[in-house]
Design a binder for this molecule. Sequence first.
Ligand SMILES: [Fe+2]
Ligand SMILES: [Fe+2]
Length: 141
Amino acid sequence: MAYFVWAQDMVIDGGAIDEEHKKLVDLLNTLHDATSQGRGREVVGKLLGELIVDTADHLRNEEAAMAAAGFPNLERHKIGHQAFVDELHKLQQRYQQGSISVAAQLSSVLRDWLSLHIRRNDKELHDFLRQQQRGPAQTRR
Ligand SMILES: [Fe+2]
Ligand SMILES: [Fe+2]
């Protein structure tokens, strides 16, 4: 069983956002494998960097998609993203300062955050998009 398994209840847009989430899940599993197999700092550090960059890219793309869709809770959502990016950077710094155990800690922080954030916060976009699709039907009553 993989460390983090993408599940159907994490579907947000049936498109680009889901694909990015899946990519992050894959990368996170690769990072977890590398740390649990005791791979060297070079491998782990590279994966860690990649994951942090891809996460930041995803959050930016997601915010752009939300803005394009007219998602009403965008400002609040952005604050959550920024707090998480700050936390990741702090952990990355600690890793670079020498603590290899931080990589394992980072895997679990990322897994917990992604799992909760997608299911709770990104889900609001999913619900909003569905509501919009149902729009005309709703006014029909
Ligand atoms: Fe997301
Ligand atoms: Fe998000």
